[in-house]
Design a protein around this ligand. Structure first.
Ligand code: ACO
Length: 330
């Protein structure tokens, strides 16, 4: 019988430089109070100039490999979720492969925005479940500061930079590991959250720069409406499909875009607050990094025991959304 994929190592990286809400009060027309009450964010970390997402991803990956006791040479495949690759090509997976010395791996990037890590992990599990690969690295890394307009108060307060990484290996026990996932897209939502410039439709030009087309645009109110329903619905769906009672869930690790979106999902599942990972106040929205970073923090805090039921949930640009059910295996 095919093996499940289990997480055998997890880690994260956060750059040292911090931007607080007070800093933003000096940059745009906003207040600490507005940002906290509307989003839950207090501060976020920003990667220095001259470094890209691969730097953070490689850092997190090295630590995750150490946690798993796996050498870089043993890795066969690297999947990187990111919307802020260092460059259009080569892909971030190749850059990370080189930086960590995973010379026997092939690699690919996945652009699923805030759902990217769930998408990437779901794809990676296939290679484990079919027996094709035995050791796969999945990274979520985003330098959101690279595409943030720090004169636009609607978006600049929301995002931060970080990376998280996991190592996947076959699970000997079919009850442990990544049990299931639900993945969806709704492309009709693309018009509410995007970065227009730099692709083949609007290649970089003086005009795209002048029109600020290389920055994130978000119709926050509309995205919020879809995200609140979308993330709660897809998480409830996987819980119901597997007949899981809320008391049997050890941790929900949701994408960290807005405290109110997380609360809506937790309420729908009737989860006690201590079962919901929240770190948005420290990091803001780090896109593909939020879930592996949250998992890494929960694991480092010693909150996970073998057999614990863990849920991932995400909603983001695309629209993309997804949920994942796992039973902790180490
Ligand atoms: N400080 C002060 N006022 C602000 C700020 C700010 N930083 N930002 C916006 N405002 C103002 C707006 O201009 C607006 O003013 P107006 O009424 O005069 O036009 C007012 O505050 C209310 O704006 P809303 O957009 O209604 O505020 P809302 O409560 O919806 O919060 C937010 C905005 C935080 C962006 C919220 O809508 C949200 O979280 N949206 C979803 C984000 C999300 O999930 N994104 C998906 C993932 S991201 C990805 O995939 C890359």
């Amino acid at each position: 019988m095919a093996s499940k994929a289990k997480i055998t190592g997890v880690s994260h990286y956060v750059p040292p430089k911090v931007l607080t809400n007070k800093d933003f009060e000096k940059m745009v027309d906003t207040t600490d109070e507005w940002i906290i009450t509307r989003t839950g964010i207090k501060e976020r970390h920003i990667l220095e100039d001259g470094k890209g997402s691969s730097y953070m991803g490689a850092f997190a990956a090295k630590r995750a490999l150490e946690e798993a006791g796996v050498s870089p040479e043993e890795i066969e495949m690297i999947v990187v979720a990111t919307v802020t690759p260092d460059m259009m090509f080569p892909n971030t997976a190749c850059l990370i492969q080189d930086q960590i010395g995973a010379k026997n791996a092939w690699g690919v990037d996945v652009n699923g925005a805030c759902s990217g890590f769930i998408y990437a992990t779901a794809m990676a599990t296939q290679f484990i479940e079919t027996g094709r690969h035995k050791k796969v690295l999945v990274v979520g890394a985003d330098k959101m500061s690279a595409i943030t307009d720090y004169t636009d108060r609607n978006t600049c307060v929301l995002f931060g930079d970080a990376a998280g990484a996991i190592v996947l290996e076959p699970s000997e026990d079919p009850e442990l590991g990544i049990i299931d996932y639900i993945l969806r897209s709704d492309g009709s939502g693309g018009k509410y959250l995007y970065q227009l410039g730099g692709g083949s439709l609007h290649p970089a030009s003086h005009e795209t720069v002048d029109k600020k087309m290389h920055y994130i645009y978000q119709d926050g109110r509309t995205v919020f409406k879809y995200a609140v329903a979308g993330m709660a619905d897809i998480t409830e769906e996987i819980v119901k499909k597997h007949h899981i009672d809320s008391k049997d869930i050890k941790m929900l690790i949701p994408h960290q875009a807005n405290m109110r979106i997380i609360d809506a999902t937790a309420r729908r599942l009737k989860l006690d607050p201590e079962k919901v990972l929240i770190n948005i106040h420290k990091y803001g929205n780090t896109t593909a990094a939020t879930i592996p970073m949250g998992l890494s923090e929960v694991y480092q805090d010693g909150k996970l025991q073998k057999g614990d039921t863990v849920l991932f949930a995400a909603f983001g640009a695309g629209f993309t959304f997804g949920s994942m059910l796992l039973r902790w295996a180490i």
